[in-house]
Design a protein. Structure first.
Length: 426
């Protein structure tokens, strides 16, 4: 594959585009991820209130991804028809309403149903944004933009931890509602408001941007056309038979196992180290995400500059695995456990923006929309498997250690596979 040299004369124009798009997309992802994983904080109270086991919690946390899996590819294909502005707004408004409705959970059935519907509503948001970025940025600029977008995961952890802990502690009992009920209500509503804002702020693509002049639009469009000359477009039927796509989906699955191990169990791991106050747990949970926010942007920038993707992805996944093991071995020491969880979280989160430079550089046309969604939906099935397995193992052994070791092994397997089996675009 021919190497495309960066055109640095376009740097000022791309800075303008980035300042217009990235803060808004970042805000959307903060809201999305917060609503996806705040169940990890709600767990600290709702399991006792509703008499749920850790296995029930693990299934409920993970069943989100069954809905996500079923509706993700159709969602991305629909976005190519309706346009990004309307479709992303629809996604955000619907998931915000369902997230707030989780306050009404009163048993296992309603917990499972609402988590499934939340996944179905949010399906297509993340792969839709990854696809949307291909409308604006050529491959050699994209890892940094994906990293900035995905740093919303880290910021959701930085903001969401203390915020969730404060809501659950301060609002508990107000108007007869538990702290976890207020958590779902108050953290779901911002997504609805941002979804309405999306209708007025977001553009479907370069040609629709009223804030760009014609000369700037043509320059950006030329860069995208040149980039797409080196991508592969294939029929959808062929895409689903592509060994390359399935391999990338497997690597993503193994890495996502680690991501949702941290996302859904980080509060519990901090609690296991001896911290009992829910607000203190929220504050301490911000530390690993703060470290990750810095590391993932720096690593993605280095990957863009060097053009190397596989080893960057593998080293990050390996660091995540080692961090999880260390956090488990020294689980009774809050300082060491928190340091190890910081390494784990930084490594795991850094894996993803660099990984996404591989499929987006390889796929073009309809194959990009369906391929990105297919890889993401299959990979995110780990979001069901991971919390379910850790919860089941915890119920069986009264310990999270074996479950966390399993997640570390998955990350290690992903690191080995991406280096030995994935053939990167140059």
């Amino acid at each position: 594959m021919k190497t495309i040299a960066p055109d640095h004369t376009l740097d000022p124009l791309y800075r303008r585009v980035s300042w217009r798009l990235m803060p808004f997309l970042f805000l959307c992802f903060v809201a999305a991820y917060l609503d996806r994983v705040n169940v990890g904080f709600a767990k600290l109270q709702m399991l006792n209130d509703l008499k749920f086991s850790d296995t029930v919690y693990g299934i409920g946390a993970g069943i989100f991804f069954i809905g996500y899996f079923l509706f993700e590819v159709p969602s991305n294909l629909l976005m190519t028809r309706t346009g990004a502005r309307i479709w992303i707004a629809r996604i955000m408004i619907s998931w915000g309403l369902i997230s707030s409705a989780l306050m009404f959970v009163n048993g296992v059935a309603s917990f499972y149903l609402l988590r499934f519907l939340l996944g179905a509503a949010e399906a297509g948001f993340f792969p839709g944004i990854i696809l949307y970025l291909t409308y604006w940025y050529p491959a050699h600029r994209r890892a940094r933009m994906v990293a900035l977008f995905m740093s919303g995961v880290a910021v959701a952890g930085i903001v969401g931890g203390p915020l969730s802990g404060w809501i659950m502690k301060s609002f508990a009992g107000l108007h007869g509602l538990s702290g976890w009920q207020w958590l779902f209500l108050l953290e779901g509503l911002p997504s609805v408001l941002i979804g309405v804002w999306t209708l007025f702020y977001l553009d479907d693509g370069i040609r629709d941007a009223r804030w760009l002049g014609e000369h700037d639009k043509q320059a950006l469009e030329r860069a995208i056309v040149e980039d797409r000359q080196h991508q592969h477009s294939m029929p959808l039927a062929q895409l689903f038979r592509s060994g390359k796509v399935w391999l990338l989906a497997l690597v993503y699955f193994l890495c996502v196992m680690g991501l949702y191990g941290v996302s859904f169990w980080l509060p519990q791991l901090i609690k296991n180290s001896g911290v009992t106050d829910v607000f203190d747990i929220g504050l301490l949970s911000a530390v690993p995400y703060g470290v990750a926010a810095v590391v993932m942007v720096l690593a993605a920038r280095h990957s863009d500059r060097s053009g190397e993707r596989r080893w960057h992805t593998a080293v990050a996944a390996l660091a995540g695995a080692l961090g999880l093991v260390a956090a488990t071995v020294w689980s009774d020491n809050t300082v060491i456990a928190l340091a190890a969880l910081s390494v784990a979280t930084a490594g795991i989160l850094t894996t993803f923006p660099i990984f996404w430079s591989l499929p987006t550089a390889l796929l073009g046309g309809t194959a990009a929309a369906a391929g990105i969604a297919m890889i993401n939906s299959i990979g995110n099935l780990a979001g069901f498997v991971s919390p379910y397995l850790v919860g089941a193992i915890r119920d069986a052994t009264d310990s999270t250690a074996s479950g966390i070791y399993l997640l570390a092994a998955s990350l290690l397997a992903g690191a080995v596979l991406v280096v030995t089996a994935v053939r990167p675009p140059r």
